[in-house]
Design a protein around this ligand. Structure first.
Ligand code: FE
Length: 163
């Protein structure tokens, strides 16, 4: 048995492992006042991303539609969707099916952190459900690059999270 049987085959992507909750606060990318996301995995081939969402204010965050599936895991804090009865609390896992439109409301000013895996895009909608904007893995990448350059982490810092 050779010692290289574990080596990655040609064209396989590099693995990753790191602290999900960063020690360097600059890694949190501002999304809105008191709202940040922390990229974990930006999947340009699958058109998907994993990130932590961090919120430090109560109230309505956004209303959006998901054309692809979303998987979530709540780490800290409590939140809910106006359209559903459940409360998302630490330790909860959730699946949001394609076609779902919902309005995220954070229940306290205490820090909320949830990991989301979003596939495809998020389509932001108004009260009538009309599309007013979107995010996909590429808009996320652009936001991260601009932020990391502005805080001195450099424009290649993000590359470790992209496959
Ligand atoms: Fe959502």
């Amino acid at each position: 048995m050779t010692n290289d049987h574990w080596k990655l085959p040609p064209f396989a992507k590099q693995d990753m492992i790191f602290d999900a909750i960063p020690t360097d606060d600059r890694i949190w990318v501002p999304q809105a006042p008191n709202v940040w996301f922390r990229p974990l995995f930006l999947d340009t081939m699958g058109g998907a991303w994993f990130n932590l969402l961090r919120v430090k204010r109560s109230g309505v965050l956004s209303r959006h539609r998901h054309p692809g599936p979303v998987y979530g895991y709540v780490i800290k804090g409590h939140w809910h969707y106006l359209e559903h009865d459940f409360i998302a609390a630490p330790g909860k896992f959730l699946f949001e099916p394609p076609g779902e439109t919902h309005t995220l409301v954070v229940d306290s000013d205490d820090e909320m952190i949830t990991m989301f895996n979003v596939n495809g895009a998020m389509i932001y909608v108004d009260d009538a459900g009309k599309a007013i904007g979107y995010e996909d893995v590429f808009t996320k990448i652009e936001m991260c690059i601009a932020h990391y350059e502005s805080v001195g982490l450099g424009k290649t810092f993000l590359e470790q999270y992209i496959r």
